[in-house]
Ligand binder design. Structure first.
Ligand code: 5RP
Length: 219
């Protein structure tokens, strides 16, 4: 099975985590695109979705799935999203698709975070994948210096403006041994809009696509 087939397998498996009649939180990325395709087959059994990006919103509307604003929703049972990396405690790096801030906002509304990922995303220590950080442009040079001081090489992602009108930094060279601690520290730096460490909002469950089938990990 290739990586796309593994992604498709977990995308279909995630349908079991969609509560009938509910509003479902929907992430962003290639795995989520496949989840949206699967969700379209049961669209008459859900009330609608809350989306984490313009791209996912457009894809769902294309299928006739009703998309609610996050501000219209108080609580949702499940948020389904991919990850760039996930460790054995359910901590994740996210933001490869530049949607980390809205992803964390929708994840915060959810009772459960259902991570869907192919097996290549499972790591011992987060940080091989460059850590995405959404920043206010005025602060980016200072934030780059702050990362340098802790061993990170941060670079502005070229030609990318987030859905919120900000810049993205990708930070290489970090071995994130304390995801909750680093998430809090970086979040406190002035000008950081959101950091792509999902430790407070870690996965509740991960459906991992492996050549032998879907492996479920609960956290
Ligand atoms: C987008 C994300 C995605 O979940 C992450 O990049 C994984 O994407 P893919 O499913 O394409 O591998 O965080 O901001």
């Amino acid at each position: 099975m290739n990586q796309d087939e593994l992604k498709a397998m977990v995308a279909r498996a995630a349908l079991e985590h969609v509560k009938p009649g509910s509003i479902v939180g929907v992430g962003t990325g290639s795995t989520v695109n496949l989840f949206i395709d699967a969700l379209a087959t049961i669209k008459d059994r859900i009330k609608g979705a809350v989306s984490s990006s313009v791209k996912s919103t457009e894809r769902m509307r294309g299928y006739g799935i009703r998309v609610f604003e996050a501000s219209e929703v108080e609580r949702i049972p499940a948020y389904i999203d991919g990850a760039d990396e996930i460790d054995h405690r359910g901590n994740m790096i996210k933001g490869g698709g530049a949607a980390l801030t809205r992803e964390k906002i929708v994840a915060d509304l959810a009772e459960r975070f259902v991570c869907i990922a192919d097996a290549s995303k499972l790591v011992e220590v987060l940080g091989r994948f460059p850590l995405p950080v959404e920043v206010i442009p005025m602060a980016s040079a200072q934030i780059v210096r702050r990362f340098k001081a802790i061993g990170g090489d941060a670079q502005v992602r070229a030609n990318v403006v987030t859905d919120n009108g900000n810049q993205l930094l990708d930070v290489r060279g970090l071995a994130i041994k304390d995801p909750p601690g680093m998430e809090i520290e970086v979040s406190l730096w002035p000008g950081v809009v959101e950091v792509g460490i999902f430790a407070k909002h870690h996965a509740s469950v991960c459906l991992l696509g492996t050549p032998t089938g879907v492996k479920r990990m609960d956290f």
